[in-house]
Design a protein around this ligand. Sequence first.
Ligand code: PAF
Length: 282
Amino acid sequence: MIIARSIDELRQALSASQRPAFVPTMGNLHAGHIKLVELAKPQGDCTVVSIFVNRLQFLPHEDFDSYPRTWEADCAKLQAAGCDVVFAPRETDLYPEAQTVKVHADPALGDILEGEFRPGFFTGVSTVVMKLFMSVFAGKAQGVAVFGKKDYQQLMVIRQMVRQFALPITVLGVDTCRAEDGLALSSRNGYLSERERAEALQLSLALRALGRDALAAADALASHLPALEAKAMTALSQRGWQTDYLTVRRRNDLQAPQAGDALVVLGAAKLGTTRLIDNFDI
Ligand code: PAF
Protein backbone atom coordinates (compact mmCIF):
# COMPACT_ATOMS: atom_id res chain seq x y z
CA MET A 1 0.00 0.00 0.00
CA ILE A 2 1.45 3.33 -1.10
CA ILE A 3 1.12 6.38 1.13
CA ALA A 4 0.99 9.63 -0.80
CA ARG A 5 1.51 12.83 1.19
CA SER A 6 1.13 15.34 -1.63
CA ILE A 7 -0.83 15.73 -4.87
CA ASP A 8 2.39 15.07 -6.85
CA GLU A 9 3.07 11.84 -4.94
CA LEU A 10 -0.53 10.78 -5.48
CA ARG A 11 -0.43 11.42 -9.22
CA GLN A 12 2.84 9.50 -9.43
CA ALA A 13 1.27 6.56 -7.59
CA LEU A 14 -1.73 6.64 -9.96
CA SER A 15 0.24 7.12 -13.18
CA ALA A 16 -0.60 3.63 -14.50
CA SER A 17 -4.24 3.69 -13.43
CA GLN A 18 -6.95 4.24 -16.05
CA ARG A 19 -9.91 4.04 -13.70
CA PRO A 20 -9.25 4.82 -10.04
CA ALA A 21 -11.89 3.90 -7.46
CA PHE A 22 -11.87 6.53 -4.74
CA VAL A 23 -13.22 6.74 -1.18
CA PRO A 24 -12.82 10.16 0.47
CA THR A 25 -12.73 10.09 4.29
CA MET A 26 -11.63 12.15 7.26
CA GLY A 27 -10.07 9.07 8.88
CA ASN A 28 -10.92 7.43 12.21
CA LEU A 29 -12.14 4.60 10.05
CA HIS A 30 -14.91 2.27 11.21
CA ALA A 31 -16.70 -0.69 9.61
CA GLY A 32 -18.82 1.68 7.50
CA HIS A 33 -15.73 3.16 5.85
CA ILE A 34 -14.25 -0.28 5.26
CA LYS A 35 -17.47 -1.38 3.56
CA LEU A 36 -17.07 1.61 1.19
CA VAL A 37 -13.50 0.51 0.41
CA GLU A 38 -14.57 -3.09 -0.21
CA LEU A 39 -17.34 -1.94 -2.55
CA ALA A 40 -14.98 0.48 -4.33
CA LYS A 41 -12.31 -2.14 -4.96
CA PRO A 42 -13.95 -4.10 -7.82
CA GLN A 43 -15.09 -0.83 -9.46
CA GLY A 44 -11.65 0.35 -10.57
CA ASP A 45 -8.08 -0.69 -11.32
CA CYS A 46 -6.62 1.07 -8.26
CA THR A 47 -8.34 1.73 -4.92
CA VAL A 48 -7.54 5.11 -3.38
CA VAL A 49 -8.66 6.28 0.07
CA SER A 50 -8.06 9.84 1.22
CA ILE A 51 -7.66 10.73 4.88
CA PHE A 52 -7.92 14.46 5.38
CA VAL A 53 -9.68 16.37 8.16
CA ASN A 54 -10.91 19.31 6.14
CA ARG A 55 -10.83 22.54 8.13
CA LEU A 56 -13.02 24.28 5.53
CA GLN A 57 -16.12 22.29 6.47
CA PHE A 58 -15.98 23.01 10.22
CA LEU A 59 -17.48 26.06 11.89
CA PRO A 60 -15.21 27.82 14.41
CA HIS A 61 -17.06 26.31 17.41
CA GLU A 62 -17.06 22.78 15.96
CA ASP A 63 -14.74 19.83 16.60
CA PHE A 64 -11.98 20.35 13.99
CA ASP A 65 -9.21 20.29 16.64
CA SER A 66 -10.59 17.34 18.59
CA TYR A 67 -11.74 15.31 15.56
CA PRO A 68 -10.21 11.85 16.18
CA ARG A 69 -7.00 11.26 14.25
CA THR A 70 -6.06 7.58 14.33
CA TRP A 71 -3.47 7.26 11.58
CA GLU A 72 -1.80 3.93 12.55
CA ALA A 73 -5.07 2.11 13.11
CA ASP A 74 -6.56 3.55 9.90
CA CYS A 75 -3.58 2.35 7.84
CA ALA A 76 -3.80 -1.15 9.32
CA LYS A 77 -7.51 -1.35 8.44
CA LEU A 78 -6.94 -0.06 4.91
CA GLN A 79 -4.08 -2.49 4.31
CA ALA A 80 -6.31 -5.37 5.45
CA ALA A 81 -9.14 -4.14 3.18
CA GLY A 82 -6.85 -4.19 0.12
CA CYS A 83 -6.52 -0.44 -0.39
CA ASP A 84 -3.78 0.35 -2.93
CA VAL A 85 -3.08 4.03 -2.21
CA VAL A 86 -3.73 6.18 0.87
CA PHE A 87 -3.80 9.89 0.06
CA ALA A 88 -3.10 11.74 3.31
CA PRO A 89 -2.02 15.24 2.29
CA ARG A 90 -0.64 17.71 4.77
CA GLU A 91 -2.86 20.75 5.06
CA THR A 92 -0.17 22.85 3.39
CA ASP A 93 -0.13 20.50 0.40
CA LEU A 94 -3.87 20.55 -0.21
CA TYR A 95 -4.20 24.24 0.68
CA PRO A 96 -0.77 25.80 -0.07
CA GLU A 97 -2.46 29.20 -0.18
CA ALA A 98 -5.76 30.39 1.26
CA GLN A 99 -8.47 28.57 -0.71
CA THR A 100 -10.29 31.66 -1.95
CA VAL A 101 -11.72 29.92 -5.03
CA LYS A 102 -14.53 27.71 -3.73
CA VAL A 103 -17.33 25.52 -4.99
CA HIS A 104 -20.74 26.59 -3.71
CA ALA A 105 -23.57 24.09 -3.67
CA ASP A 106 -26.90 25.12 -5.18
CA PRO A 107 -28.52 27.08 -2.30
CA ALA A 108 -31.82 25.23 -2.84
CA LEU A 109 -30.02 22.06 -1.77
CA GLY A 110 -26.99 23.30 0.14
CA ASP A 111 -28.57 25.93 2.40
CA ILE A 112 -31.28 23.70 3.91
CA LEU A 113 -31.10 21.09 6.69
CA GLU A 114 -27.36 20.54 7.36
CA GLY A 115 -26.59 23.73 5.44
CA GLU A 116 -28.99 25.75 7.60
CA PHE A 117 -27.53 24.49 10.88
CA ARG A 118 -23.92 24.36 9.67
CA PRO A 119 -23.63 27.43 7.39
CA GLY A 120 -20.81 27.01 4.88
CA PHE A 121 -20.60 23.26 5.48
CA PHE A 122 -21.43 22.28 1.91
CA THR A 123 -19.10 24.92 0.47
CA GLY A 124 -16.32 23.35 2.54
CA VAL A 125 -17.31 19.83 1.49
CA SER A 126 -17.81 20.66 -2.21
CA THR A 127 -14.51 22.55 -2.37
CA VAL A 128 -12.41 19.80 -0.81
CA VAL A 129 -14.17 17.04 -2.75
CA MET A 130 -13.60 18.91 -6.02
CA LYS A 131 -9.93 19.30 -5.06
CA LEU A 132 -9.64 15.63 -4.09
CA PHE A 133 -11.39 14.62 -7.33
CA MET A 134 -8.96 16.78 -9.36
CA SER A 135 -6.03 15.23 -7.47
CA VAL A 136 -7.20 11.65 -8.05
CA PHE A 137 -8.97 11.78 -11.42
CA ALA A 138 -7.25 14.49 -13.49
CA GLY A 139 -6.19 12.95 -16.80
CA LYS A 140 -8.21 9.77 -16.24
CA ALA A 141 -10.87 8.77 -18.74
CA GLN A 142 -13.21 7.53 -16.02
CA GLY A 143 -13.37 7.04 -12.30
CA VAL A 144 -15.62 5.93 -9.48
CA ALA A 145 -16.15 7.69 -6.16
CA VAL A 146 -17.94 6.02 -3.25
CA PHE A 147 -19.83 7.82 -0.48
CA GLY A 148 -22.00 6.62 2.42
CA LYS A 149 -25.72 7.39 2.49
CA LYS A 150 -25.56 8.36 6.16
CA ASP A 151 -24.53 11.79 4.85
CA TYR A 152 -27.54 11.75 2.56
CA GLN A 153 -27.57 15.45 1.71
CA GLN A 154 -23.80 15.44 1.15
CA LEU A 155 -24.22 12.63 -1.37
CA MET A 156 -26.88 14.66 -3.21
CA VAL A 157 -24.67 17.78 -3.25
CA ILE A 158 -21.74 15.77 -4.67
CA ARG A 159 -23.91 14.07 -7.30
CA GLN A 160 -25.21 17.47 -8.43
CA MET A 161 -21.67 18.90 -8.57
CA VAL A 162 -20.42 15.95 -10.63
CA ARG A 163 -23.40 16.22 -12.98
CA GLN A 164 -23.24 19.99 -13.47
CA PHE A 165 -19.46 20.07 -13.98
CA ALA A 166 -19.69 17.01 -16.27
CA LEU A 167 -16.93 15.27 -14.30
CA PRO A 168 -16.13 11.81 -15.73
CA ILE A 169 -16.88 10.19 -12.38
CA THR A 170 -19.54 7.67 -11.41
CA VAL A 171 -20.74 8.37 -7.86
CA LEU A 172 -21.90 5.34 -5.87
CA GLY A 173 -23.96 5.73 -2.68
CA VAL A 174 -23.71 2.94 -0.12
CA ASP A 175 -26.28 2.05 2.54
CA THR A 176 -25.53 3.17 6.08
CA CYS A 177 -23.66 0.66 8.24
CA ARG A 178 -25.29 0.22 11.64
CA ALA A 179 -24.30 -1.21 15.01
CA GLU A 180 -26.25 -4.26 16.20
CA ASP A 181 -28.80 -2.08 17.99
CA GLY A 182 -29.33 0.04 14.84
CA LEU A 183 -27.18 3.11 15.63
CA ALA A 184 -25.64 4.50 12.43
CA LEU A 185 -21.85 4.11 12.60
CA SER A 186 -20.08 7.47 12.82
CA SER A 187 -16.64 8.64 13.88
CA ARG A 188 -18.43 11.00 16.27
CA ASN A 189 -20.01 8.05 18.16
CA GLY A 190 -16.64 7.78 19.89
CA TYR A 191 -17.41 11.03 21.74
CA LEU A 192 -20.43 9.43 23.50
CA SER A 193 -20.30 8.38 27.16
CA GLU A 194 -21.69 4.92 27.99
CA ARG A 195 -25.02 6.45 28.98
CA GLU A 196 -25.14 8.61 25.86
CA ARG A 197 -24.27 5.63 23.65
CA ALA A 198 -27.34 3.78 24.97
CA GLU A 199 -29.51 6.87 24.42
CA ALA A 200 -28.09 7.60 20.96
CA LEU A 201 -30.32 4.98 19.34
CA GLN A 202 -33.33 7.19 20.12
CA LEU A 203 -32.51 9.42 17.13
CA SER A 204 -33.08 6.60 14.64
CA LEU A 205 -36.13 5.38 16.62
CA ALA A 206 -37.61 8.91 16.46
CA LEU A 207 -36.99 9.01 12.70
CA ARG A 208 -38.62 5.62 12.20
CA ALA A 209 -41.65 6.72 14.25
CA LEU A 210 -41.92 9.96 12.24
CA GLY A 211 -41.65 7.91 9.04
CA ARG A 212 -44.51 5.65 10.15
CA ASP A 213 -46.66 8.66 11.08
CA ALA A 214 -45.94 10.29 7.71
CA LEU A 215 -46.90 7.15 5.79
CA ALA A 216 -50.11 6.88 7.81
CA ALA A 217 -50.96 10.47 6.83
CA ALA A 218 -49.80 10.02 3.22
CA ASP A 219 -53.10 11.15 1.66
CA ALA A 220 -52.87 14.63 3.20
CA LEU A 221 -49.16 14.68 3.91
CA ALA A 222 -48.45 18.38 3.29
CA SER A 223 -51.08 19.53 5.81
CA HIS A 224 -50.19 16.97 8.52
CA LEU A 225 -46.43 17.07 8.27
CA PRO A 226 -45.61 20.22 10.31
CA ALA A 227 -47.49 18.82 13.34
CA LEU A 228 -45.94 15.36 12.96
CA GLU A 229 -42.43 16.81 12.73
CA ALA A 230 -43.06 19.09 15.73
CA LYS A 231 -44.32 16.12 17.77
CA ALA A 232 -41.23 14.06 16.91
CA MET A 233 -38.88 16.93 17.78
CA THR A 234 -40.63 17.60 21.09
CA ALA A 235 -40.43 13.93 22.06
CA LEU A 236 -36.67 13.84 21.41
CA SER A 237 -36.07 17.18 23.14
CA GLN A 238 -37.94 15.90 26.21
CA ARG A 239 -35.35 13.13 26.45
CA GLY A 240 -32.63 15.80 26.74
CA TRP A 241 -31.60 16.13 23.08
CA GLN A 242 -31.05 19.47 21.34
CA THR A 243 -32.86 18.76 18.12
CA ASP A 244 -31.89 20.68 14.96
CA TYR A 245 -34.41 18.99 12.67
CA LEU A 246 -36.46 15.83 12.21
CA THR A 247 -38.16 16.07 8.87
CA VAL A 248 -39.74 14.20 5.99
CA ARG A 249 -38.62 15.36 2.54
CA ARG A 250 -38.97 14.47 -1.10
CA ARG A 251 -36.22 12.00 -1.86
CA ASN A 252 -35.01 13.47 -5.15
CA ASP A 253 -34.45 17.10 -4.06
CA LEU A 254 -35.05 17.27 -0.28
CA GLN A 255 -37.87 19.80 -0.73
CA ALA A 256 -41.22 19.60 1.12
CA PRO A 257 -43.10 16.57 -0.20
CA GLN A 258 -46.53 16.21 -1.76
CA ALA A 259 -48.72 13.09 -1.68
CA GLY A 260 -47.25 10.43 -3.96
CA ASP A 261 -43.59 11.56 -3.71
CA ALA A 262 -40.86 9.06 -2.77
CA LEU A 263 -39.84 10.10 0.75
CA VAL A 264 -36.83 10.22 3.02
CA VAL A 265 -36.87 11.04 6.72
CA LEU A 266 -33.81 12.89 8.00
CA GLY A 267 -32.67 14.15 11.37
CA ALA A 268 -29.87 15.88 13.23
CA ALA A 269 -29.69 16.36 16.98
CA LYS A 270 -27.14 16.93 19.71
CA LEU A 271 -26.77 14.60 22.67
CA GLY A 272 -24.58 16.37 25.21
CA THR A 273 -21.88 17.88 23.02
CA THR A 274 -22.11 15.25 20.26
CA ARG A 275 -24.10 16.05 17.12
CA LEU A 276 -25.51 13.00 15.35
CA ILE A 277 -27.33 12.64 12.03
CA ASP A 278 -29.32 9.81 10.49
CA ASN A 279 -31.86 9.13 7.75
CA PHE A 280 -34.08 6.42 6.27
CA ASP A 281 -35.90 6.05 2.98
CA ILE A 282 -39.57 5.42 3.76
O1 PAF B 1 -17.99 12.56 4.68
C1 PAF B 1 -16.83 12.93 4.99
O2 PAF B 1 -16.09 12.23 5.68
C2 PAF B 1 -16.33 14.28 4.49
O3 PAF B 1 -17.35 15.22 4.44
C3 PAF B 1 -15.59 14.19 3.15
C4 PAF B 1 -16.51 13.73 2.03
C5 PAF B 1 -14.41 13.23 3.25
C6 PAF B 1 -15.04 15.57 2.76
O4 PAF B 1 -14.16 16.06 3.71
